[in-house]
Design a protein around this ligand. Structure first.
Ligand code: HEM
Length: 172
């Protein structure tokens, strides 16, 4: 997909969610605290995926060692806190959607996995010791970042589907 369109998609979501520089600062500040907890958060999401028979069969048809899947998730979650949320980020998110679409993963599972990430992070932040307002602000920025990722990912799925239809029409 062209860079211009990806940028348009990204800016629209940022504007809608009011995802701004303050969110970027908060994500960077909470990163060192969250980092050691990332394996625990990912472990929780992988457990949910493993409990779904349909997803287990996808993984069986598309064998990825559990450790590799864990590392993919951990690296992805880490970049939630360090990303610049710029054009390169939008491109990377689009590529992740392409990989999922190729693997035949229905977008509803990505939505559910993202929801599970949000629930797990929310739980962890709720257990942190600190000023209530500050913790709320951190939690808000994390949720905005996750929703931004989810929206771009699902929209990328739509764009991939649309491009495929257009391509198939070229042969008519
Ligand atoms: C929050 C939701 C999810 C995130 C952030 C995520 C992240 C990623 C990333 C970063 C990649 C690597 C893409 C690349 O190589 O460019 C990937 C690939 C993949 N993911 Fe996900 N994923 C999510 C949900 C799921 C779910 C629910 C499944 C279901 C089993 C799944 C299965 C896969 C598979 C099969 C691949 C392809 C692996 C390969 O090409 O070797 N993902 N995912």
């Amino acid at each position: 997909m062209e860079r211009g369109k990806l940028n348009f998609m990204l800016n629209e979501v940022k504007l809608f969610l009011n995802f701004n520089d303050r969110d970027l600062v908060r994500l960077k500040r909470i990163h060192p605290t969250i980092k050691p907890l990332i394996p625990q958060i990912v472990g929780f999401v992988i457990k949910r995926i493993g409990a779904n028979p349909k997803l287990v069969s996808v993984i069986e048809n598309y064998p990825i060692p559990v450790e590799a899947a864990r590392t993919v998730f951990e690296n992805w979650l880490d970049q939630i806190f360090t990303s610049k949320y710029d054009a390169d980020f939008a491109r990377r998110t689009y590529e992740i959607a392409v990989a999922h679409e190729k693997a035949g993963i229905n977008p509803k599972y990505v939505t559910m996995a993202m929801g599970t990430f949000i629930l797990a992070i929310d739980f962890i932040v709720s257990k942190m010791v600190g000023q209530k307002d500050t913790l709320y602000a951190f939690s808000l920025s994390i949720k905005k970042a996750m929703l931004l990722n989810l929206t771009l990912m699902t929209q990328s799925y739509e764009e991939i589907k649309r491009d495929r239809i257009i391509q198939s029409l070229e042969h008519v």
